[in-house]
Design a protein around this ligand. Structure first.
Ligand SMILES: Cc1ncc(COP(=O)(O)O)c(C=O)c1O
Length: 457
């Protein structure tokens, strides 16, 4: 079968329409409109088959931390495939790539994290965390500790366990989720759920829901609390300052594991290597993916505290793993990716240079008529588009303001995501000052267009 010419958008769309069911997409609407077909990436820019250029303010899906088109990663992948395209880590074997990556992860993660388990995605990492967390307590002589507490509107992935751990009701409604022994408490989303409380009061109150939930379920039944340091897909929800200290205290008092989902926050996004360091969380396990390979190849990992890892190891056989756990290609690329981050001091750059610059520019959007709140940390940001700023009042969902914004941004050569009516950004960590200016200028222009659209409603 002949492939279309690269620039033949209509043919690509027709093939896509006929054969490709897309993730997290309104399939009917997509088949009517046709897909955008992206064919190139360089630095922070993408290009579609018609030659349109976009500044990718999302780093793909929060993952292309070192930017597109890095030849070093291509070389690492090519070398590894030439030498050893595949071998597994079952049967008492490993590969230099997997071994080296485990060592590098021990180097860049906080003290006390020295051992990892490889997966192929963030979802698999969170499925792994669920099994390991329950198994850990069984090995400690407490097999009845099986319940995981998570938060409403959290996102931990799409597999059965990860989708259950996530707190998105619209996901649970498809495919019979959640599985048993998962409970949810409220999210620390002050802007829309804080009512008349100050952010600090609200932070304490929602954190204490964890204590109440543990009491309700029984501390002898609860295995773990899992959370993203900053909720990404929920709308870049940055918790009030009081939230994490209170959660930490409650976890410590109640003999439960604390699991940080670092799939978005890990690998420099907050200006620290991990979101757990930004908030001083000291978790027992961390799930990671995305920035681990800058999205160049699929790979995830679970990093365990020495206490958790040593407990699992002491028991001997661990009945868990994937054909591609520690895939040499993925590990070789991830190793090179981390080396680039270390050599170019990308995390430090986010903390003390490009991060503060981006945050200042982002905060200036607060003056726009549509914007109720402009929040950011490192290179992750959220912007609330609201009907009434003074009352923090949302637009009706039928107005589809976020969707209008997202499509208008594309027309303006900018990729950003809208979660409901919250605009979110997470650009590659290599973004320059001039590119931040361009992002903010295009974003401002798109907000103006969205405001004009809102007036027609
Ligand atoms: C916080 C978080 N955890 C887990 C996942 C799932 O990762 P994956 O899509 O690689 O399965 C995501 C994906 O967006 C995420 O944002």
């Amino acid at each position: 079968m002949k492939m279309p010419d690269m620039s033949d958008l209509a043919s690509w769309q027709s093939i896509d329409r006929a054969h490709h069911i897309h993730p997290f997409t309104d399939q009917k609407a997509l088949r009517a409109s046709g897909s955008r077909i992206i064919c190139k990436g360089e630095g922070v820019y993408l290009q579609d088959v018609e030659g349109n250029r976009y500044l990718d303010g999302m780093a793909g899906l929060w993952c292309v931390n070192v930017g597109y088109g890095r030849q070093e990663l291509v070389t690492a992948a090519t070398r590894q495939m030439e030498e050893l395209a595949y071998y597994n880590c079952f049967f008492n074997t490993s590969t230099p790539a997997a071994t080296r990556l485990s060592q590098l992860l021990a180097q860049v993660t906080p003290d006390g994290f020295n051992q990892c388990f490889f997966t192929n995605s963030g979802s698999e990492a969170n499925d792994t965390v669920l099994r390991f967390g329950r198994h850990y307590w069984a090995l400690k002589g407490k097999p009845e500790k099986t319940i995981f507490i998570s938060r409403r509107n959290a996102y931990h992935g799409s597999t059965v366990a990860a989708g259950s751990l996530g707190g998105m009701a619209w996901m649970h409604s498809q495919g019979g989720l959640p599985i048993p022994d998962i409970a949810h408490i409220d999210q620390p989303y002050w802007y829309h759920e804080g009512g008349d409380e100050t952010p600090e009061e609200f932070g304490i109150r929602v954190a204490r829901q964890l204590k109440a939930k543990i009491r309700e379920l029984g501390p002898d039944r609860v295995a773990a609390f899992i959370a993203e340091p900053i909720q990404g897909s929920g709308g870049v929800i940055i918790p009030p300052s009081t939230y994490w200290p209170e959660i930490k205290r409650i976890c410590a008092e109640n003999e439960i594991l604390f699991i940080a989902d670092e799939v978005i926050c890990g690998f420099g996004r907050t200006g620290k290597w991990f979101g757990s360091e930004f908030y001083d969380l000291k978790p027992d396990m961390m799930s990671m993916a995305k920035g681990l390979s800058s999205g160049y190849v699929p790979i995830g990992a679970v990093m365990m505290s020495d206490e958790v890892a040593d407990t699992l190891v002491a028991n001997g056989f661990l009945s868990h793993g994937f054909t591609y756990s520690g895939h040499p290609l993925a590990c070789a690329v991830a190793v090179r990716n981390i080396e680039i981050m270390l050599n170019e001091r990308l995390v430090e750059r986010v903390e003390s240079d490009i991060g503060p610059y981006f945050q200042e520019k982002w905060a200036s959007l607060k003056n726009h008529a549509l914007v109720g709140e402009a929040r950011s940390i490192g290179l992750i940001a959220g912007l609330e588009m609201v009907k009434d700023k003074s009352r923090r009042e949302k637009f009706p969902t039928t107005a589809r303001v976020g969707l209008f914004f997202r499509e208008a941004a594309f027309r303006n050569g900018l990729v950003l995501r809208a979660i409901g009516d919250t605009v979110v950004a997470s650009p590659p960590l290599v973004i320059t000052h001039a590119e931040v200016d361009e992002l903010i200028e295009k974003l401002g222009r798109t907000l103006d267009e969205t405001e004009r659209y809102v007036r027609t409603l």
